[in-house]
Design a protein around this ligand. Structure first.
Ligand SMILES: NC(=O)c1ccc[n+]([C@@H]2O[C@H](COP(=O)([O-])OP(=O)(O)OC[C@H]3O[C@@H](n4cnc5c(N)ncnc54)[C@H](O)[C@@H]3O)[C@@H](O)[C@H]2O)c1
Length: 382
């Protein structure tokens, strides 16, 4: 298939590009390096430096023989997208190109504005590029489980049947995001649903949980082909911060009581999920929503596993609770459905002690690059 990936330099975008190319698809990526610029501006560069897209694509082609076409440009720019669409006419559009950090979106007016304009702008342009240049193209969009928040009822897979005053109908499951970033994802979903209903767009919106993992068969151990690993308070996930804190010998910093529970998945499973979604395109006018995670953990459970596995590797790991910089429930009910991707054939890779030890070893190999000054929270929700 002809697969266009927006955000192809990112943590998920680059591995997806390699994976799709290795599966024999014709792959084209677009990225304007927004993430690299934001990381540089906030002193949040990844642990392992990576070359930019043309060099990565050349390295990958030399190692595997598979070609990845690259456009260094803004997917929020209509002409840039139009040029690529007219030449390539993609059959699937995988849309990762957003500002994905909750803390970044809560920093100040400018960061909030960039998040809102960029995320909604790219989604809007992606939809219009499909409508104008490739109307059969299947939009595969990365949403987030954070769209749902933490309601005190079971979370369904995108939709909920409601009976009201004796009548029934099906609606988008209620959303209650906890940051402006997550709110842009809610708005994306509404925008896509509108264009499905009224214009016949076909779309899959993947409600993904936090992703972990660095090792990919296609990278062949070459760190220049590995995805970015951020461990700072702005772009790093809680698990990435814990791995680095364990190696650096500083306490793992749990925000608040640590009962915050989320659905996680291995990077290898993101690749599977996106591929499964692509292989089963939905019919025109349909918005399919799939909850994309394989297991749930509280922050305390992650910290405990890092402490235990780190201890087995000879690391002296301690845990410290910090006042929570975010506004979120620290103890809550959490029972989201996630059978859709399993039904499509997802074979989960779980967060075993071996997987965690592998990540800790990789971090330890680059311990000299750790800057512990960028791990403690710099952004507060209020
Ligand atoms: N990584 C996770 O754990 C996770 C979890 C849930 C959802 N998601 C979603 O998945 C998507 C990808 O996440 P990621 O972790 O790879 O983020 P990332 O920041 O590493 O990748 C996004 C890429 O998009 C690019 N980009 C942003 N705006 C652009 C624009 N206007 N034009 C061209 N390129 C642009 C960035 O430069 C970056 O390389 C995001 O939409 C994110 O919200 C990620």
């Amino acid at each position: 298939m002809r697969v266009l990936i927006l955000g192809g330099d990112g943590y998920l975008g680059w591995p997806t590009a390699m994976d799709m190319a290795a599966r024999g698809h014709d792959v084209w990526v677009i990225d304007n390096y927004l993430r690299r610029h934001m990381a540089a501006d906030t002193d949040s560069e990844p642990l392992i430096p990576a070359p930019k897209l043309p060099d990565r694509a050349a390295l990958f082609e030399a190692a595997t023989g598979h070609k990845i076409r690259v456009t260094e440009g803004d997917a929020g720019d209509r002409e840039t997208l139009a040029r690529v669409f007219q030449e390539f006419v993609p059959e699937a559009l995988i849309h990762y190109a957003e500002q994905p950090s909750a803390p970044y979106s809560m920093r100040d007016y400018d960061s909030a504005r960039i998040t809102l304009d960029n995320n909604l702008g790219v989604t809007f342009n992606a939809i219009w590029a499909i409508l104008e240049h490739a109307p059969d193209c299947h939009l595969i969009k990365l949403g987030t489980m954070g769209e749902y928040g933490t309601p005190n009822i079971d979370i369904e897979e995108g939709w909920i049947d409601i009976e009201h005053k004796g009548r029934r109908d099906t609606f988008l499951f209620p959303r209650a995001a906890g940051s402006l970033y997550h709110t842009t994802k809610v708005l994306d979903t509404d925008l896509i649903w509108f264009y499905c209903r009224v214009y016949g767009l076909r779309a899959t919106d993947l409600m993904q949980g936090p992703v972990y993992g660095l090792t990919l068969p296609e990278a062949g151990g070459d760190t220049r082909l590995m995805p970015h690993f951020h461990y700072d308070d702005i772009f790093g996930t809680a698990l990435n911060r814990f791995l680095v804190q364990a190696v650096a010998g500083v306490p793992l910093t749990v925000y608040g009581k640590g009962g915050q529970t989320r659905g996680y998945l291995n990077l290898l499973d993101t690749l599977q999920c996106v591929n499964l979604a692509m292989e089963t395109p939905v019919e025109p006018g349909r918005l399919r929503i799939l909850n994309q995670f394989t297991e749930t953990f509280s922050v305390n459970a992650l910290a405990e596993q890092v402490r235990r596995v780190g201890g087995q590797m000879g690391l002296d790991v301690t845990v410290q609770n910090l006042p929570n910089p975010r506004k979120e429930a620290e103890e809550h009910y959490y029972n989201p459905a996630h059978s859709g991707l399993l039904d499509l054939g997802l074979q989960p890779h779980y967060l075993t002690d071996e997987v965690m030890a592998e990540m800790l070893s990789l971090v330890r190999d680059h311990a000299d690059r750790i800057d512990t000054g960028r791990i403690l929270p710099r952004v507060k929700w209020n």
